[in-house]
Write a protein that binds this ligand. Structure first.
Ligand code: ZN
Length: 446
């Protein structure tokens, strides 16, 4: 089994991994780098091409697969979940693998469809919507392969751990998960299946390690729900404007926000293109319990006319909008820069149900935005949130259940990934022998 670690092994974003067994190659995730996309936007690049995205480092450098002679052997592109750093590269790169079937859950595939349409990219590959916890079969040149999509919790809907069963052993892809026993939507992780695969014997585990340096288990989404309840209740009776910003992909969180927002008797409006994309994907996947409770505006003139109303009737609306990372051209960014008919005033309320993604661009941009808002006198409630990523305790459990022969930490800088090495060492793994830090384009053979 050969593994080419194409993207996401030295930084956060543009995840992509290729696994080769005999004459067959399987690709896991094809993401984009959000900071690189932000840089492009800051350079005023609005129309993307594959070439431009490659130059900017915004999509994975999959040309490694051409050099290795693997490109024409790719049988499937398997997507673990709907975050753009996992699926956002597909519209740009799938054409290079015309014989590969693209597979993902209903929510992930609906989102892929939306982003491809948005970028006017027509994906010609065969596409399969998989049901969670159902095994898929792929016929390759060197054999038949079973692929398990195993339900797991994270911070968006219908996320999967993926097990590729090959004649050389099981490759297990665990990138972006937390082990949440009390999710707000859907089931807890499918522990039974994870343990079953562990018993069959996992040859290689690719393990999300971004927050491996954080002690304990990752907190449940139920905790975030309580924080949201508290945050909204604390400003429920104010007569000022009330805004909430969260991750558009976090449908569970949006559900909690809407449920408590309804108790304020304010009209709930969702503003922003990415909210529109993810909510519509949820509707397509029949996973949007609050569909009837909200109205969504995505185009600039629609958004502006809603904001004009909010400006006039501040206590009548609760606005859920994009911009918690202070992204250029997000709703909050445009409001703060005075580019909309709405202006924040002293005493208005803004809840951030998010945390700042730990990359320098986001951290700086948010600091600047918060400063401006605080100067106006907007009451900010920050980090009304819990993480969707595995911490030390989740990794401990995963290693106990899977007992993999080899581990490759991913999804961060080496510094962020390194604590996962220390965790594995407690289980007897040795750095360089059966746990490895990799880099872009490197091939590991097991
Ligand atoms: Zn994710």
């Amino acid at each position: 089994m050969e593994i080419c670690t194409i993207g996401g092994y030295e930084l956060v974003g543009k995840n992509m991994t290729a696994v080769k067994v005999g004459e067959d190659v399987f690709i896991f995730d094809m993401g984009v780098s959000i900071p690189a996309l932000i840089d492009l936007q800051n350079d005023n690049v609005r129309i993307y091409t594959e070439k431009r995205l490659r130059q900017a480092g915004a999509i994975p450098n999959d040309l490694y697969l051409d050099r290795l002679g693997w490109r024409n052997k790719v049988r499937a592109i398997v997507i673990g979940h709907s975050h753009l750093d996992h699926v956002g590269g597909v519209p740009w790169l799938a054409h290079r693998y015309p014989n590969a079937t693209i597979m993902g859950t209903a929510f992930t595939m609906a989102l892929l469809d939306t982003i491809a349409r948005d970028e006017r990219r027509h994906i010609k590959n065969k596409m399969i919507v998989v049901k969670e916890d159902v095994t898929q079969t792929i016929h390759g040149q060197s054999g038949t392969y079973k692929i398990d999509f195993i339900h797991v919790t994270h911070s968006t809907l219908q996320c999967s751990l993926i097990a590729l069963h090959t004649k050389e052993g099981i490759f297990f892809y665990a990138v972006d998960f937390k082990l949440d026993d009390t999710p707000v939507m859907g089931n807890p992780p499918n522990y039974q299946k994870i343990k079953e695969i562990g018993k069959q014997g996992v040859k290689v585990l690719v393990l999300n390690s971004l927050y491996s340096g954080t002690k304990g288990r990752s907190q449940s989404e139920m905790t975030a729900r309580k924080k949201v309840e508290q945050a909204i209740n604390s400003v429920k009776n104010s007569k000022t404007a009330l805004f909430i910003s969260t991750f558009s992909s976090h449908i569970e969180r949006l559900k909690s926000i809407v449920e408590f927002a309804k108790q304020t008797n304010r009209k709930i409006v969702f503003l922003g293109r990415s909210l529109d994309k993810y909510v519509n994907a949820a509707i397509t996947a029949k996973q949007c319990p609050f569909q009837k409770d909200v109205s969504i505006s995505k185009y600039r003139n629609e958004v502006n006319s809603v904001l004009r109303e909010v400006e006039k009737n501040r206590s009548k609306y609760l606005v859920v909008c994009t911009g918690h990372q202070a992204e250029e051209n997000s709703i909050l960014d445009r409001i703060v820069k005075g580019q909309t008919p709405f202006n924040f005033r002293q005493g208005d309320n803004l809840i951030f149900s998010s945390r700042v993604i730990p990359v320098p661009q986001n951290v700086l941009a948010r600091e600047k935005m918060d400063e401006r808002l605080e100067k106006i006198g907007v009451k900010l409630q920050k980090a009304v949130h819990v993480s969707g990523h595995d911490c030390e305790g989740d990794i401990n459990l995963m290693l106990q259940m899977l007992k993999p022969e080899q581990i490759i930490p991913t999804h961060g800088t080496h510094e962020q990934e390194f604590p996962a090495i220390r965790i594995a060492q407690k289980f007897g793994y040795e750095f360089g022998k059966n746990i490895h830090l990799s880099k872009e384009g490197k091939v590991l053979k097991f």
